[in-house]
Ligand binder design. Structure first.
Ligand code: ATP
Ligand code: MG
Length: 449
């Protein structure tokens, strides 16, 4: 029932022919049983790293102190790790100290969840000593051994529990969830990099709304307290039917499973609690929340050590998520110019998801308007209409040579004015028209035609 890839079978057989044990293990076995294609195949073995290295022509010492050697087969790498018992995990990616063991069972016991603690090779078949198959059948995330002990060893496992539940649509077993509830504060000591990895896997999963589980078990209180405030902020407003937090969860479900888009939804309203005002009719308003949300998103993403490109994209889409775009070519061109060519298409997807996570009040109108904006956008792009200096039919040099404007800030300003002139009407994007306009602007008797 488990089909090992050719190269994995080759490695396992080679190690076994030399007299050691070897199995494919962990995520790849879980995914195979689930009928999913594993990202990578990890191999676990009774052979020591030195013994593994002696068996293959090309190996890389990936994490030799933790027992891991990467075996290269035709430029593809496979991690082969010696059976081990982990000590306590430190702040980093790996346990502080490891002890090698001759026992597969011990190696499986150090693994986080029952569904991740199964091994397989063609000779022995499936090795499932902790009831992984049962838990897959019952759709349950359950720690191997005592959950409290396991979370004390490595607090990140609490986030991994929620992440796997979101990826697989599973529930977290009761005592495992209770242990998270009790030990969530230990996440304070886990590195931002490790938390980031799990958060991204969680929000880009088929069930991003399972972030709710992270809230209910107290995880977000430690790693994302800003979200807890959203869960506690109601929105008494005809456009809404959920609390800010529930709206955020719903909006993540409504957008494509892309890292930037999901993170944008997570943060688009994160500043709302701070901006809440109640009018004389008791209606809630959140004026100015997009700017604050963008600012807060920047702070949170930095705290979680995200890269600059991600921070740039997410904060900009968040900032403009409420920017009103009318379905008219001039407005769309101006909006693309204002938000940026990279941001605008993301913005349209975010606006659609945001709308679908609101109440149905005026839904048809909102939908129609967005669709119309999208059509105009497609048209503007298909025609390669001018929306930046790149497409302008004159360059700074043209202006210097033909209108006598000298190099300097005045030249840049003139180009901007010409761009505005063209964005109003793409048919003006012709060299002669623009040179004439530039001369008129320079002389101060601009006619605009
Ligand atoms: P995916 O790669 O799809 O995210 P995975 O299950 O392969 O999921 P990895 O982080 O690649 O997860 O780890 C591989 C295996 O190593 C896991 O299946 C599990 O058996 C074990 N493992 C990983 N991290 C931990 C941890 N923090 N504590 C205990 N075991 C772990
Ligand atoms: Mg993996």
């Amino acid at each position: 029932m488990i089909q090992l890839p050719e190269k994995v079978r080759y490695i396992i057989n080679r190690v076994m022919e030399a007299g050691y044990e070897a199995y494919a293990v962990g995520g790849c076995i879980r995914d195979s049983i689930l009928g999913r294609t594993p990202d990578d195949w990890d191999i676990t073995t009774s052979a020591t790293p030195e013994q593994v290295k002696a068996l293959f022509d090309h190996t890389i010492d990936t994490g030799i102190q933790h027992g891991t050697v990467t075996v290269m087969i035709e430029r593809e790498g496979f991690e082969v790790t010696t059976y081990r018992i982990d000590g306590e995990y430190e702040d980093g990616r790996h346990p502080k100290e490891v002890t090698f063991t001759p026992s597969l069972r011990e190696d499986l016991r150090r693994r986080d969840f029952t569904i991740n603690a199964m091994a397989y090779n063609d000779e022995t078949g499936l090795v499932d000593v902790f009831g992984g198959i049962d838990d897959i059948k019952r759709k349950i995330i359950r720690c191997v051994g005592d959950p409290k002990e396991r979370f004390r060893e490595d607090a990140l496992r609490m986030m991994r529990a929620v992440r796997f539940s979101a990826q697989l649509g599973y529930e977290i077993e009761e005592s495992t969830a209770a242990a998270i509830q009790e030990l969530n504060e230990n996440l304070t000591y886990v590195s931002a990099e490790r938390i980031q990895v799990e958060l991204v896997k969680l929000v880009t999963s088929p069930h991003p709304e399972n972030l709710r589980l992270a809230y209910e078990t107290g995880i977000t209180q430690v790693i994302l307290p800003e979200f807890d405030r959203c869960m506690e902020t109601e929105q008494n407003n005809p456009h809404h039917c959920y609390s800010v937090g529930e709206h955020i969860l719903k909006s993540m479900e409504e957008v494509r499973a892309d890292k930037i888009l999901r993170l944008t939804m997570l943060f688009h309203d994160i500043g709302k609690p701070e901006r809440l005002i109640v009018d004389e009719k008791g209606i809630h308003h959140f004026y100015g929340h997009p700017d604050l949300s963008a600012e807060m998103a920047r702070g949170i993403l930095r705290r979680l050590k995200f890269d600059n490109q991600t921070i740039y994209l997410v904060t900009h889409v968040v900032k403009y998520h409420d920017y009103d775009v009318k379905p008219e070519p001039v407005c769309v061109r101006r909006a693309i110019m204002k938000t940026g060519e990279d941001i605008f298409p993301l913005l349209l997807e975010v606006k659609a998801a945001d709308m679908r996570a609101q109440s149905t009040y005026m839904r048809a109108e909102k939908e129609e308007k967005l669709k119309a904006v999208y059509r105009v956008y497609e048209h503007v792009m298909a025609e390669k209409q001018c929306i930046s200096l790149k497409e302008l039919a004159v360059t700074g040099r043209d202006l210097m040579e033909n209108t006598g404007i000298p190099a300097g800030p005045g030249l840049g300003e003139m180009l901007k004015k010409l761009l505005d002139f063209v964005v109003e009407d793409p048919s003006r994007n012709e060299r002669e028209t623009l040179l004439k306009a530039a001369k008129e602007l320079k002389a101060g008797h601009f006619t605009g035609n």
